[in-house]
Write a protein that binds this ligand. Structure first.
Ligand code: ASP
Length: 339
């Protein structure tokens, strides 16, 4: 089934059901209660609910975003997050993740194999190590030293199928997230109808008004071995400044890194731009900076400011995200786009 056919809402106990299909929601100026948003509505439906369960019980934004994105990490059917996801071109699933709280505390891992929850390890890097970023074998060893189980290296059924298909041509065409254009030019169509993307980036504000964010991914499918995208790079795939706002990205990681995307979005919000305007300006920067034809790439940002206003912009049509807030269940917001 295609993503849009899958769209459905999940009712939260005691909350009023709400679904917005395409309209950009303009939140009230004075925010009451927490809020959480995450990239790609298909996975944000369940991820936001896990985060919301923490937020509505006056939990911390940091705990909420970790628990939220872990839903995607634990979903073996997810094409692009966690150990069930698509491998690199040599058949290894390598995971990237980053986390940031309201005190500029950060943790990240990249190119980590055989560990189930990279976001949890990123948090352990932040809280239990003197460092902020650990990669590869070292990240795996650190995870094990923190109590993680070293999983068997096997591909999930859908990932094996995708990989076998990809091996027939072994073409490296990192076209991602361009949902409106999906067709023969896409490197792989998965059984679920999903394509070569679906990083989950989640940003949340808790009852106390503190912001945190988390971002986790297997990166671009069939990437070169050792390739790291934007998701674990603080400032690129994720950034939080508790005085200003938070932002996270999905899409073509190389392009997000090029402009320090999430940091840039937060800096635009600091200059007074709304979250949507800030995301738009960052996307325009990518359009200008990329050496590629912008039509061949996709990048989407979501952002929230200290007032709890939120917004998004993407290079191309087809990017959506899910929002959960008080008196509303998880609902879809379709991003505006440049091209
Ligand atoms: N940003 C991720 C990466 O480049 C991929 C994605 O969001 O789909 O690794």
């Amino acid at each position: 089934m295609k993503r849009r056919e899958l769209i459905k809402t999940i009712g939260l106990a005691g909350l009023v059901f709400g679904l917005k299909k395409t309209a950009f929601a303009a939140p009230s100026k004075s925010r009451k209660g927490p809020i959480v948003l995450s990239t790609w509505f298909n996975q944000s439906q369940t991820a936001n609910v896990a985060a919301w369960n923490i937020l509505e019980n006056k939990g911390k934004a940091l705990d909420a975003v970790e628990a939220g994105v872990q839903v995607s990490e634990n979903d073996v059917n997810n094409c692009c997050v966690g150990l069930g996801a698509n491998p690199d071109r040599e058949g290894h699933v390598t995971l990237d993740a980053s986390i940031m709280n309201h005190k500029f505390q950060i943790g990240a891992v990249a190119a980590m194999e055989r560990i189930k929850s990279p976001i949890h390890v990123a948090r352990q890097v932040m809280e239990n190590s003197p460092h902020v970023f650990i990669v590869g074998k070292g990240a795996q060893e650190f995870a094990v030293s923190q109590g993680a189980k070293l999983e068997e290296e096997t591909l999930s059924d859908h990932a094996q199928k995708s990989y076998d298909e990809w091996l027939k041509k072994s073409e490296y065409k990192p076209l991602i997230n361009i949902e409106k254009n999906h067709g023969p030019q896409m490197p792989m169509e998965l059984e679920s109808g999903e394509f070569n993307h679906d990083t989950i980036g989640m940003i949340a504000m808790d009852e106390e008004g503190n912001l945190s964010g988390a971002c986790t991914t297997s990166g671009m499918a069939f990437k070169m071995r050792g390739r790291v995208g934007d998701s674990p790079v603080i400032g690129a795939g994720l950034y939080v400044d508790n005085e200003v706002g938070a932002a996270t990205a999905t899409g073509h990681g190389e392009e997000v890194i090029r402009i320090c995307g999430s940091f840039l979005v937060v800096e635009f919000m600091r200059q007074g731009y709304s979250p949507e305007q800030a995301c738009k300006k960052a996307v325009e920067r990518i359009q200008k900076a990329t050496p590629r034809n912008p039509k061949d790439i996709q990048v989407g940002f979501i952002a929230i400011n200290k007032k709890g206003e939120y917004g998004s912009y993407a290079l191309q049509d087809g990017f959506d995200y899910g929002v959960t807030e008080l008196n509303k269940s998880t609902y879809q917001v379709k991003s505006k786009f440049i091209l």
